[in-house]
Design a protein around this ligand. Structure first.
Ligand code: GLN
Length: 200
């Protein structure tokens, strides 16, 4: 089994490390691979789309032919985790800023996002979050974070901050506005592994 981390931009190595640690804790033997090119995603049983800058991410995913592969994987039920810019990329609809840059979102989740809901780079902060899938609060690291402003009925809201949805799940797909890979807390990566290995 391979788990692919899209390695175009952003906190790639942090996600790879977190997944490797989480796999080790479980005693599961799976390979975590950095995905830069086409033809790897079809072999993956789980996919992570890290943060970064969503316009660039969308453009490069399309150019490399990875965007279509991710959409196919999503349709086959392969678990996908998108964090920060990854949450934007997974969404169906964006705000005016997204429309203006004609960002091609993957449209895998029935969500509408505000790309810079929590401000720009200087607006980084941490917050203790209640996340529905976890038994105790999780420290969310927010960096120029997006937020989900609205979602369809198939989307399960897992956490909110202010009036925005910051964690959500739609079947096999999990999207977070914050960065679990930048903390030592592996619970969300563990939950993602549960989805991959069908324990959740
Ligand atoms: N707001 C950023 C964007 O528009 C995402 C920020 C992040 O991934 N840290 O792409």
């Amino acid at each position: 089994m391979k788990i692919g981390v899209i390695a175009i931009q952003g906190a790639v190595s942090e996600h790879i490390d977190a997944l490797r640690k989480a796999l080790k804790e479980r005693g599961i033997d799976a390979e975590v691979v950095a995905v830069k090119h086409k033809s790897v995603i079809p072999e993956c049983g789980g996919i992570v789309i890290p943060g970064g800058e969503s316009t660039t991410l969308c453009r490069l995913l399309a150019r490399e032919g990875i965007a279509e592969e991710i959409k196919d994987a999503a349709a086959r039920g392969v678990p996908i985790l998108g964090t920060c810019a990854g949450l934007i990329v997974l969404s169906k609809e964006g705000d005016e800023q997204v429309e203006k840059t004609s960002q091609e979102l993957l449209g895998i989740m029935d969500t509408k996002v505000n790309r810079n809901a929590f401000g720009r780079q200087r607006d980084s902060f941490e917050a203790e979050l209640d996340v529905e899938i976890l038994e105790s609060p999780f420290t969310g690291v927010f960096i120029r974070a997006p937020g989900i402003v609205s979602c369809g009925p198939e989307v399960r809201v897992l956490s909110r901050l202010d009036d925005l949805i910051i964690a959500a799940e739609q079947g096999n797909v999990l999207a977070l506005a914050f960065h679990p890979e930048l903390t030592e807390d592996l619970r969300i990566h563990q939950y993602f592994l549960d989805k991959i290995f069908k324990n959740a």
